[in-house]
Write a protein that binds this ligand. Structure first.
Ligand code: MD3
Ligand code: FE
Length: 203
């Protein structure tokens, strides 16, 4: 089932469900090598979401700003390799949405406890905006808000649940978006958290 949210942005409901166990195992593996942490924004506030990455580049934030880095600035180690399960899922989802040969070099793992949120922002640290971003939602549900090219633009709401995959291409690729605070709940597989994977061609 494929729903076009906006031109070029496709919601694939339940697309990741057949792979949930493999994905969770591989997430545990990455987390063991690169523990998630609450990165500090350039404004100096720690994010409520804990993040880690795998692949050739990882997303980092500190007093100097947001960027992709080949190493984790804290551990000074390279990020773990991207598991095949991650790469294959992202590539297959992109193909289903009409983006051939998507080759992500970065997977960002966002871990939300109850109450964690992500404020309104754009994703523009990647080099090539013609490449989509693929997102995978796991665990507790979230309300996602999608705006426009300007911060003030009105937003639409999309409910994202366990197993949903969204391919963000076209004009929506640069739209402002946010995640509302995660509501209290318990997911049968993940417990009291939401994990979101975003796949990008960063470099
Ligand atoms: C729409 N993450 O990591 S995923 C992010 O659920 C981020 O953790 C949210 O926004 C999360 O940057 C939302 C969906 C998503 C990701 C990137 C987008 C939506 C997007 C880029 C452009 C437009
Ligand atoms: Fe984003």
């Amino acid at each position: 089932q494929r729903q076009e949210i906006l031109p070029g942005a496709f919601l694939l409901r339940g697309f990741a469900l057949p792979f949930e166990n493999e994905l969770l195992q591989d997430i545990q593996g990455v987390i063991a090598e690169a523990p998630p942490r609450n990165m500090v924004t350039p404004g100096g506030l720690p994010m409520s979401v804990a993040t880690t990455s795998c692949g050739d580049a990882g997303w980092v934030s500190d007093a100097y700003g947001y960027r992709y880095s080949k190493r984790d600035a804290l551990s000074r180690k390279n990020w773990p390799a991207m598991p095949c399960s991650f790469f294959d899922l992202a590539r297959n989802a992109a193909t289903t949405a009409g983006y051939k040969n998507f080759s992500p070099d970065s997977a960002l793992i966002n871990i939300y406890k109850v109450g964690a949120k992500m404020s309104l922002h754009q994703d523009k640290n990647e080099r090539d905006f013609s490449q989509p971003i693929v997102s995978v939602s796991l665990g507790l549900p979230a309300t996602f808000l999608l705006g426009g090219l300007r911060r003030e633009d009105k937003t639409i709401r999309v409910q994202l649940v366990h197993g949903d995959v969204v391919v963000w291409g076209g004009a929506a690729r640069l739209f402002f978006h946010s995640i509302l605070p995660i509501k209290v709940g318990v997911h049968p597989l993940l417990g009291k958290q939401r994990i979101n994977l975003t796949f990008r061609k960063a470099l």
